[in-house]
Design a protein around this ligand. Structure first.
Ligand SMILES: [Zn+2]
Length: 266
């Protein structure tokens, strides 16, 4: 009698505790969906699985499920900081790319705009295109009187002190005409396109990490919780239910991980 009550209490406690990380998770998914960081399918999938997990934590349909629920919630807690940091990085990179496009716009209005070129270099540096950033600022040095550009000249000195490897200064191919453009150029020397914008956009593809993590989590939790729940059903229903869940899990992961070489993350 005592033991049963204790078991009931602990289930209720686990259920309530589970809702803390789950509600943080659900709010974050809503936030990322509104911000356009993840698509609706991934977002709703993540939220639906979290709601299901929360429901099972409070009302486990079968007793065997309780440990699975604890494991699934634990995975959520462990994974959340990684997903959030991937999302934050992606958001920051998108801001950087916006800044880069703005700087190019001001440069196109006034081609001798030294400030715009320095701005381009600063953003490139932040995005890891460091060698080209250095060469662009260097190319502007003759137009940078120390009285007005002291801070930028100091920044260039700091960049030089990093002693970058030669690979950072490798030429970058223009996506429009395939011309190889050495570090220091802002526009393609052949066709005049803003090849660096295309280049940094291409590099952002790697930031689909957050979406991949969410999809993997959704699939993993669906299997962890869904399969034991389905096993409790009569075999006629449980086998198709398990198969369907595995197919859905594989599809979610497939869609998150495919198409990593083309297109640009936005
Ligand atoms: Zn070109």
């Amino acid at each position: 009698m005592h033991f049963e009550r204790l078991a009931q209490h602990s289930t209720a406690l686990i259920g309530c505790l589970a809702w803390l990380p789950l509600s943080v998770w659900i709010m974050a998914c809503v936030h990322w969906m509104i911000g356009g960081d993840i698509d609706g399918l991934t977002g709703f999938g993540g939220i639906a699985v979290a709601l299901g997990l929360g429901y099972e934590a409070i009302n486990p349909p079968v007793p065997q499920l309780a440990p699975m629920t604890v494991i699934a919630v634990f995975i959520t807690v462990v994974m959340f900081p990684f997903v959030r940091s991937a999302m934050d990085k992606k958001a920051l990179r998108n801001i950087d790319i916006d800044e880069l496009v703005k700087a190019y716009n001001s440069l196109s209005m006034r081609p001798d705009n030294v400030l715009a070129k320095i701005k381009i270099a600063r953003v490139l540096w932040d995005l890891g295109v460091c060698g080209h950033a250095i060469r662009i600022v260097e190319s502007q040095l003759p137009h940078m009187p120390p009285r007005f550009f002291g801070e930028d000249i100091h920044m260039l000195k700091r960049w030089h002190m990093m002693k970058l490897e030669a690979r950072f200064f490798s030429p970058i191919s223009c996506t429009e005409c395939q011309t190889s453009n050495e570090a220091g150029l802002v526009y393609c020397r052949q066709c005049g396109s803003a090849f660096l914008i295309d280049f940094v956009k291409g590099r952002v593809i790697g930031t689909r990490l957050g979406k991949k993590l969410i999809a993997s989590w959704t699939a993993l939790v669906a299997i962890l919780i869904g399969i034991p729940a389905a096993e409790a059903m009569p075999p006629v229903a449980s086998i198709p239910a398990i198969l369907a869940m595995m197919v859905v899990a594989v599809l979610i992961v497939y869609f998150a991980f495919r198409d990593t070489t083309s297109g640009v993350a936005t």
